[in-house]
Design a protein around this ligand. Structure first.
Ligand code: TRP
Length: 444
């Protein structure tokens, strides 16, 4: 394979910025806040943290170990260590990336539109009606196309000149925006109710299977796991890089931004008394409740809103890049197409598929549930089995560049037994409920 000429990140920060860029996105702000609201506040957050540490981190390390070890795109990397049959898992990764990006870009399109509207017109008069008008149909489609074109432009630039160059600027900027907004939220009179809701656990809720499944799904989605995105990014790392150190940085930054997003969303929503909107609408929570809050803050609210939606756009863009890169790298390596041609064809097909999600909010919701509650969990399960049982070199490969690790054996043990068992248990509950949910979303 064309390993000799494969691109590499130019700095270690470049890789971390790109990987954090992949992890931090709509999942941390949009999805995390609406799930936290829907699933009962702090108990959900606590479970999500537990899953991130005990399941997310071992899988993140597994993806990075396969990716850097093989320095190939997902399908070829799995074949390299596991033989031809494991190519199927790589195929599942690529399909999942395809599906996620197609609806992710529609939501990202909403954020583009909202930022533009706040800049040029201000806050809409009736945020609820406004959301239902612009979230589906031609409006949503046009902004979805716009967002895909942006994403494709960056990925076409390549790993260092496109992805890395954007990420090293975008990620620090996003972090500053989110910190600023969380600090601002603390100054609002009445914000205490938001903190109380967000930070006081009602653990009775945490024991419902539905909440457990959502917390597991969210920890994978948020860390971009289960479809080879981190695998692909790690495939551009040099063998001197310290995988555990980078993985901890990535997970910490990802959880940090989600937690900060909660520290901004809930105080704002409660201080302005719009919490009813958050618990009522699910997918649209942020897009209805926050504009409503911004509207009652006057000119300052408009400014805060612009910063908020800019942060969302930046996060969404760097995540979308990683989703597209999985598909594109598979095409570049597998069919020996040029990067530009691969981007054009893969991006074009994803844009088409996304038009379904742009047409109908229920379809978007259904795609999100299939991807998160089934495909990512399945991908992670199979990858865990792969690294735990099939890839003999895994412990050595993990330690390459990091030096001897006393816990390398324990890590492989987790991947052999603990992670697959947890995932099987979660899948056992999530597959039937997801099928029921999707059926009712799609067929009414
Ligand atoms: N993690 C991103 C977010 O939180 C979304 C994302 C990007 C993703 N790449 C992924 C999710 C790969 C799953 C798999 O918004």
């Amino acid at each position: 394979m064309a390993n000799a000429r494969r691109e590499q990140w130019s700095t270690s920060f470049g890789f971390v910025a790109a990987a954090v860029g992949s992890a931090v996105g709509l999942g941390n702000m949009w999805r995390f806040s609406y799930l936290t609201a829907e699933k009962g506040g702090a108990a959900f957050v606590a479970l999500y943290l537990v899953f991130t540490l005990l399941v997310g981190l071992p899988i993140l390390l597994a993806e990075m170990t396969v990716g850097r070890g093989a320095s190939r795109s997902p399908i070829l990397a799995l074949e390299h260590y596991g033989g031809r049959n494991w190519r199927l898992l790589g195929g599942l990764f690529v399909l999942t990336g395809f599906l996620i990006l197609s609806y992710y870009s529609v939501i990202a399109g909403w954020t583009l539109r909202y930022a533009g509207e706040l800049i040029w017109h201000g806050v809409p008069a009736n945020p609820g009606d406004h959301f239902s008008q612009v979230s589906q149909g031609w409006n949503a489609f046009l902004f979805h196309v716009g967002f895909m074109v942006l994403t494709m432009g960056i990925v076409a630039g390549g790993v260092t000149r496109g992805i890395e160059r954007v990420s090293v600027v975008a990620m620090p900027a996003l972090f500053i925006f989110v910190c600023g907004l969380a600090l601002y939220a603390a100054t609002l009179p009445g914000s205490e109710a938001g903190y109380a809701y967000y930070l006081n656990a009602n653990f009775a809720n945490a024991f419902s299977m539905d909440v457990v499944v959502s917390a597991a799904g969210q920890s994978f989605f948020s860390l971009s796991l289960g479809m080879g995105a981190m695998l692909t990014f790690a495939s551009y790392l040099s063998r001197q890089s310290d995988l555990p150190r980078e993985a901890i940085r990535i997970a910490a930054a990802d959880f940090g931004v989600a937690f900060l997003a909660g520290l901004m969303v809930f105080p704002i929503v409660f201080a302005l008394g719009v919490e009813g909107d958050v618990s009522e609408s699910t997918l649209g929570a942020l897009f209805v409740a926050l504009p409503e809050a911004f509207a009652s803050m006057g000119l300052g609210g408009r400014f805060v809103g612009i910063i908020f939606f800019l942060a969302l756009i930046v996060g969404a863009l760097t995540s979308a890049i990683s989703l597209l890169e999985v598909v594109v790298s598979a095409v570049v390596d597998g069919w020996a197409w040029s990067r530009v041609r691969s981007v054009a064809v893969a991006g074009g097909l994803i844009t088409l598929m996304g038009s379904l999600a742009a047409w109908d909010l229920n379809l978007l919701d259904a795609m999100d549930q299939i991807a998160n509650n089934i495909l990512l969990l399945l991908g992670a399960l199979l990858l865990s089995i792969f690294v735990g049982w099939v890839m003999k070199e895994a412990p050595e490969e993990l330690q390459e560049g990091a030096g001897p690790l006393s816990w390398a054996g324990a890590w492989r043990f987790l991947l052999r037994w603990w992670v697959p068992l947890v995932l099987l248990f979660v899948l056992f509950h999530s597959v039937p409920t997801t099928i029921v949910n999707v059926r009712s979303l799609v067929f009414g």
